[in-house]
Design a binder for this molecule. Structure first.
Ligand code: PLP
Length: 393
């Protein structure tokens, strides 16, 4: 009954974990849940005001498929002032979250069997999205010593006649790695020279602890023409449930994306879009404050990690995750299937701690935890991980 396509799709690990967490909570257990990449802040006050106002002023009907013109103008202004890249509203399509912006882009670009190069570790949904849209994910292994960033040599090694696209997630979920401009330029130029589109997922760009972040389209006019930029308000403005993401691309690609979106969903909720206007135009201070909180949590957690034995970590330069290497206990743990799944099951069942197995991101010796949650809880989570590791070493 079901399509062949669906049988190739792996269900989301993160949704699997939250289902288990809910079941344990129902049994009366108190779980420290560090599995979800969801900011623990309220949305900015002005975003709420604008969203509520939309209901009161009857902004509840169909509107333009690529998104409210006021919101697209606000996005254009943001991309100019914060990322140094010039777009016009006709280059922007507002979608129901960044996930939707990515799948729209894949539908617009990929033909059946086209290859998409995906650096590992990758955000868990990417390979499945590529498969849903008819593409073939080609995994590019990166090295811990390169902070898990791809190099030009590794890109060349994965380039075939079927390559259509390269994914870059900068800053990265799960590692928090941020590419410098010098690292990006050869990769971007190679893609331009070889007709490989870049999908640059910059959803964590606002949550960055170094000034080395460079938005790929800002590198050159050719880079801009060759890139679909993905961003949104789920992470930066804590607006996960309001589902506002967007693409910025050439007008030709934007038109194709809008054609697809017009048939599938028309446009995201207008109230959410108005909330987005409030977030982008009137909430800078509040967003800066959120970023400052992530930054101070990150510093406290790095201090704690430095006192822990049996663990290696990548210092995150962006996003709000810790990606911990727990390979030191591998030979002391009995497991079938994925090692990181076994570790996460142990942590959940025996230590009431929910984290995400590295296998969800293509690297099985790791676990990911989110510090988009109260610091004391994350610190408690790290203590539980330490106790677990000690019991195995
Ligand atoms: N891209 C990355 C790298 C993410 O981590 C996420 C969410 O976790 C998304 C996209 C999806 O964002 P949205 O909630 O706006 O669909």
């Amino acid at each position: 009954m079901l399509s062949k396509k669906v049988s190739q799709i792996t269900p989301s690990y993160t949704i699997g974990i939250s289902t288990k967490v809910k079941a344990l909570k129902q049994e009366g257990k108190t779980i420290v849940d560090l599995s979800i990449g969801e900011p623990d802040f309220f949305i900015p006050e002005k975003a709420t005001e604008r969203g509520v106002e939309a209901f009161h002023t009857n902004q509840t009907k169909y509107d333009l498929v690529p998104g409210l013109i006021t919101l697209r103008e606000a996005i254009v202004e943001k991309l100019k002032s914060e990322n140094g890249v010039l777009y016009t509203p006709s280059d922007i399509v507002v979608s129901s979250g960044a996930k939707h912006a990515i799948t729209n882009s894949l539908l617009a670009i990929l033909d059946q069997g086209d290859e998409v190069i995906l650096p590992v570790p990758y955000w868990t949904s990417y390979p499945e999205m590529i498969k849903i849209c008819g593409g073939v994910p080609v995994l590019l292994q990166t090295n811990k010593t390169d902070q898990f960033k791809m190099t030009l040599e590794s890109l060349k090694a994965h380039h075939t006649t079927k390559t259509k696209m390269l994914f870059i997630n900068n800053p990265s979920n799960p590692t928090g790695a941020v590419y410098t401009k010098e690292e990006l330029i050869p990769i971007v130029n190679y893609c331009i020279d070889n007709g490989i589109y870049i999908l640059s997922d910059e959803i964590y760009e606002r949550i960055c602890y170094t000034d080395s972040f460079t938005s790929i389209p800002s590198i050159s006019e050719a880079a801009k023409a060759n890139t679909i930029l993905i961003n949104g308000l789920s992470k930066s403005a804590a607006m996960t449930g309001l589902r506002i993401g967007y693409t910025a691309s050439s007008p030709e690609i934007a038109k194709a994306i809008a054609t697809i979106q017009g048939h599938l969903v028309s446009h995201p909720s207008l109230a959410s879009q108005w909330a987005g206007v409030g977030a982008l135009t009137e909430s800078k201070t509040e967003i800066d404050q959120m970023v400052a909180v992530y930054k101070s949590r990150r510093e406290a957690l790095i201090k704690q990690l430095n006192t822990m034995k049996g663990i290696e970590y990548i210092t995150p330069d962006g996003a709000f995750y810790l990606y911990l290497n727990i390979g030191s206990i591998k030979e002391h743990v009995a497991f079938e299937g994925a090692f990181s799944l076994k570790v996460c099951d142990d942590l959940l069942n025996d230590y009431n701690l929910a984290v995400v197995p590295g296998i969800a991101f293509g690297t099985d010796d790791y676990i990911r935890l989110s510090y988009a949650t109260e610091l004391s809880l994350v610190q408690e989570g790290l203590k539980r991980i330490e106790t677990y590791l000690q019991s195995k070493l």
